[in-house]
Design a protein around this ligand. Sequence first.
Ligand SMILES: O=C(O)C1=C[C@@H](OP(=O)(O)O)[C@@H](O)[C@H](O)C1
Ligand SMILES: C=C(OP(=O)(O)O)C(=O)O
Length: 459
Amino acid sequence: MSSAATNAPGSHTASGHGADPRPAAGLPSPGLSGKVRVPGDKSVSHRALIFGALARGETRITGLLEGEDVLNTAKACAALGATVERTGDGEWRVEGVGVGQFKAPAEPLDFGNSGTGVRLMMGAVAGNPVQATFDGDASLRKRPMKRVLDPLAAMGVKLVSEAEGGRLPMRLEGVTDLKAFTYETPVPSAQVKSAVLLAGLAASGETVVVEREATRDHTERMLAHFGADVSVEPHGAHGRRITLKGRPELKAAPVDVPSDPSSAAFPLVAAVIVPGSDIVITDVMMNPLRTGLITTLREMGASIETLAERTEGGETVADLRVRYSKLKGVAVPPERAPAMIDEYPVLAVAAAFAEGETRMQGLAELRVKESDRLAAVADGLGVCGITYRIEGDDLIVTGAKDVEGGGPVATHMDHRIAMSFLVLGLASRSGVKVDDMTFIATSFPTFMPMMTGLGAILA
Ligand SMILES: O=C(O)C1=C[C@@H](OP(=O)(O)O)[C@@H](O)[C@H](O)C1
Ligand SMILES: C=C(OP(=O)(O)O)C(=O)O
């Protein structure tokens, strides 16, 4: 073992974000070529650590995303009593304490920029008789936490203190006698669903989550993988009903984290819009609740070929060959949003190069991400000379043959805004500047060298 979670490489407290902004630029680039494997999936990585901490025994995790969001979750698991270590060869080992056995953390738990980390951990802590303060950086402190607090409070969690408007920092007290609960999620959110299910682990009886639109199902899959009794049934046209039996004996289980389709989205769109490109992205997780972008780009005419599809660690993965393609605008149906919720900023970039209009519908949830992504994308498109309009919760982008570029685009502490506009710059006439690339490290710390390796010109 070389380093513990508390001094893992690249890990730093994001609270306050005192560091100076680091501007960057995406410049007109020749066709991209080569083969890349993007880092491990962020959603699966958070969950692997949290389940490892809740299970008894040693969970070994390979391919963990070592981005700041996930490293903050690792630190929180350690602060709650789990032993979290990274071996010299990059494997992570978590010695869990068992459901209901977390200890009170000595300091506030700082989740930096990560909604997933903080919301899932609120659920995981709920069934432990300890108090914990949950906090994060200036971006996370603006994000709504009531969506998680409300169902947890109904299960018995006590709210000790909160910042105005149900915001962080928030201090919660867990209880040993959590009530099992049936909850219909009012917003399509895998984070809310997961928080309730993680709390349900410590409740007696059955916890049921009903979602009108199916969201990513990594928590359900991992519950089964760690030995819980969980069942999933269809609900209505697009939804699901998940039933979990409380107080299972969670047993440590190995996790091999597949590559993140939300990170693959950046080289993928870059290859589609930069003339002459032909690249391969290997081992991309193809969970159907994550592949809305690929479906949409194919409808737009993108050449995305599935080279080798196989099952690894319970998930379908594939190598994707992606070539420069002439795109046409499409209407993206609102019910597809959960399967591509983090990909709209980079889809808007692809839409800027398509013939005609691309209408992205039902984007209300984009307003409560690391930034108000609807506003941030729209402003960035405007700065780059691209025609767009917002109608209610829809974003409509009018594509053009030539996109001028410009900047600086304001990234608002949001990794996906930064990466999306750097990608736009590669296919623009004069390049695109972004005001700060710092937050790319939260989800895709190797973005700059990986893109440069494909031939992208980034400065
Ligand atoms: O559960 C998860 O791992 C995630 C769920 C989504 O958030 P919501 O649950 O808020 O939609 C997504 O935007 C986020 O990047 C990761
Ligand atoms: C929304 C995102 O993450 P989180 O909610 O975990 O901050 C994201 O990664 O785009």
